[in-house]
Design a binder for this molecule. Structure first.
Ligand SMILES: O=C(O)CCC(=O)C(=O)O
Ligand SMILES: [Fe+2]
Length: 377
């Protein structure tokens, strides 16, 4: 593959940062938690200097090799807007259960008209690794815009239902829809920067199968995104010294798609990221920045050069916590297969079967979304 970029190729194997290098490795300003803060603004402006893009791309490569996680700044969404998204989530979860259940998620194929994916999920309904998570949540997805199949008897097929919006707070739907449009723009800039970070080179043709720096942009053009609004009451189960908690707010998992742009309230010590040596790092929020992590599809596309990292939520504070992750995913019919250049650099055999993102997503949903959503592919 021809490439005019001067970026160094990613390392063939993922290094294990040692305690002494872990916090100094990132190329950009390091927050005290150790994850780098990366400025995406050069990829949001058409007139930015090549050197600024280069710096961002290099920082992304280092962060994806070392952590699979980083903070994203310079995204252009005002902090007041982010605060409003979180405040609306908090107001929704404070409503009585009966009201929240008006947008309850139901299984596909049932008389209730559910599609197994969209709507409100009560406390404990999400199970990770066999344990119930102490969280409640609402999921919205890109509208189903493929030819619909009749579920039979007027029922709805998996993922093919309409999004369910609460009547209260009344402004939630319009504010969230505007946010979804904005955050998709950030996702697009980010996956472009990731293509550059891999040193794939500028596009040479309009070939849909070309593996240039726009490969992720093309595959996410019709992103089958998910917006999830999560509420976490504090955990109260006792902690036994030296052993893992017996209950989680969200058990250890990897995200299964492309990139996650996570917005959380200021609660510290809740989200934890597993480092290569198996220890857990608190990824405390930075106001105005997203916590970003790459998902399993990026790991597959890069043939493991970039890892989709385990993370979990252990919220023991005294305040109800809210978070709103936006999952910027490939298109439903996008084929996700390791990029030839990444296979070559990794020196490993191709990972996975290379099916479509939608097939993988449906496998998750059919194997009971509530109970297996967060296991590996
Ligand atoms: O709430 C958080 O901080 C993280 C949630 C998460 O990892 C997820 O929903 O996939
Ligand atoms: Fe996650």
């Amino acid at each position: 593959m021809s490439s005019t970029t001067t970026l160094p190729p990613p390392l063939a194997t993922n290094p294990t940062p040692t305690t002494s290098t872990r916090y100094t490795a990132p190329l950009t300003t390091a927050h005290t938690s150790g994850l780098p803060i990366i400025d995406i603004s050069p990829f949001l402006s058409a007139t930015s200097a090549p050197s600024a893009r280069h710096k961002t791309a290099q920082a992304i490569n280092a962060a994806c090799v070392n952590y699979g996680f980083f903070y994203l700044s310079g995204h252009g969404i005002p902090v007041e807007k982010l605060d409003e998204i979180l405040a609306l989530a908090r107001r929704f979860f404070a409503l009585p259960l009966a009201q929240k259940n008006r947008i309850k998620r139901f299984d596909a194929g049932g008389a209730e008209g559910g599609d197994s994916a969209r709507g409100y999920q009560g406390l404990g309904e999400n199970v990770t690794g066999g344990l119930q998570d102490l969280q409640e949540a609402v999921d919205w997805y890109r509208e189903w815009d493929f030819p619909g199949e009749d579920g039979g008897d007027g029922t709805v097929k998996t993922l093919q239902g309409a999004n369910l919006w609460p009547e209260e707070p009344v402004e939630l739907k319009s504010v969230y829809e505007a946010y979804i449009a904005q955050v998709q723009g950030v996702g697009k800039a980010l996956v472009h920067a990731m293509g550059v970070a891999l040193g794939l080179g500028p596009p040479a043709s309009d070939d849909d199968d070309a593996e240039d720096e726009n490969v992720f942009v093309r595959n996410c053009a019709a992103s089958f995104w998910v917006m999830r609004m999560i509420g976490y009451p504090p955990l109260s189960t006792p902690l036994s010294p030296g052993s893992d908690p017996s209950q989680f707010s969200c058990g250890a998992h990897t995200d299964y798609g492309c990139v996650t742009l996570l917005l959380t309230d200021p609660t510290p010590g809740a989200l934890q990221v597993q480092l290569r040596d198996g220890t857990w790092l608190n990824a405390d929020p930075i106001r105005g920045a997203f916590v970003v992590n790459i998902g399993d599809m990026i790991e597959r596309w890069t043939n493991g050069l970039w890892k989709s990292t385990l993370h979990r939520v252990v919220h023991r504070g005294d305040r109800y916590r809210v978070s709103v992750p936006f999952f910027y995913e490939p298109g439903f019919d996008s084929v996700v297969r390791p990029l030839r250049e990444c296979v070559r650099r990794s020196g490993r055999a191709e990972m996975g079967e290379g099916g479509t993102y939608g097939e993988h997503l449906l496998t998750k949903v059919f194997s009971n979304f509530y109970y297996s959503k967060r296991t590996d592919w």
